[in-house]
Design a protein around this ligand. Structure first.
Ligand code: DON
Length: 309
């Protein structure tokens, strides 16, 4: 790698300047009205490495709505809680459909294609709601312990907005229920799912929280086993094939890292045996991925030679 800590910092600052107008090519998600309140020109990027270095630029310490990035944390909790039985209820194939598509779920008899499209995340939310006395608190505590910050919270304005505009997610959940693939009551499942989507974190916190995925399931700061080695490998495999929705193929082709995006404009990318990158810029492309976030991660991955392929 041609960068050390100080010239990486300089390069990250420069990248943000290079990208400073490009956010205008995207549009901030407004199908959940509370998400549209964010400043479109906000921009941050952060890299945390397994050896304890953190380099960030721009608004990398500003909290934003993690949205679908939360699907990683939910999945990890469900894998730990119910083990391999999870894979009888959700598949691990790319969907080739928009993240909130209903049509495939009907064809495939209520078994979601993977855990990081909405249907799959609702299924995971059902597992959590059915196995914890308070799944929302358990989720929050899990994320807080990974990030080392007890102040991570749910933005209730975003939560209420999701609930008020969540008919499509409700439709997905009810469809799975009628195929007997949801146990809990639908309002409980939706409430869990919208809660996890409405959590706010910074780029730095997201990189810190996900280091275990770059380290075979072990948190590098305290050697805690967060996930088995085999399951960490599986999560990274799913993120590589499905984490960027319908752009996952292109992302693998051009960047080559397991990654997950959210409609809040965040993207996290796992670099096995090295660390985690998180970029944030709210305006999205037509696939629901951050325009500038994709560019920032793509350039860093290329310049640092990080592709896993
Ligand atoms: O399900 C929804 O509508 C959102 N709360 C989460 C969607 C999301 O982030 C999808 N990602 N790109």
């Amino acid at each position: 790698m041609k960068y050390n800590q100080s010239n990486l910092q300089a390069r990250m600052n420069e990248l943000l300047i290079e990208q400073s107008q490009h956010y205008l090519q995207g549009a901030v998600a407004d199908y959940i009205p509370a998400l549209a309140k964010v400043l479109p020109s906000s921009m941050g990027v952060c890299i945390s490495t397994l050896d304890g270095n953190v380099v960030g630029a721009g608004n990398y310490q500003q909290r934003f709505s993690i949205q679908s990035i939360s699907k990683i944390f939910g999945l990890v909790m469900a894998m730990n809680r119910v083990g391999d039985s999870l894979w009888k209820r959700v598949n691990m194939e790319p969907s080739g459909q928009p993240f909130n598509s209903i049509i495939q779920l009907e064809w495939e008899k209520g078994i979601p294609r993977n855990p990081v499209i909405n249907a799959g995340a609702l299924l995971v939310s059902d597992v959590l709601a059915s196995h914890y006395s308070s799944s929302k608190l358990a989720f929050l505590n899990f994320v807080r312990s990974l990030a080392g910050d007890e102040n991570i919270h749910v933005n209730m304005d975003v939560y209420q907005s999701e609930l008020a505009h969540g008919n499509r997610n409700a439709a997905l959940a009810y469809l799975m229920k009628c195929f007997d693939n949801i146990d809990a009551d639908i309002p409980e499942v939706l409430s869990h799912y919208f809660t996890q989507c409405s959590v706010e974190m910074t780029c730095q916190q997201l990189t810190q929280s996900l280091l275990f995925l770059a380290n075979k399931g072990i948190s590098p700061s305290d050697n805690r086993v967060i996930l088995s080695r085999k399951d960490a490998h599986r999560v990274n495999a799913i993120l590589s094939t499905s984490g960027m929705y319908d752009q996952s193929g292109e992302f693998a082709f051009s960047v080559g890292l397991p990654a997950k995006s959210g409609v809040g404009g965040g993207i996290v990318a796992i670099v096995p045996n090295y660390g985690v990158i998180c970029a944030w810029s709210p305006p999205l492309n037509n696939f629901g991925n951050s325009v500038v976030g994709m560019q920032l991660i793509s350039k860093l991955a290329e310049e640092l030679g990080l592709s896993i392929f």
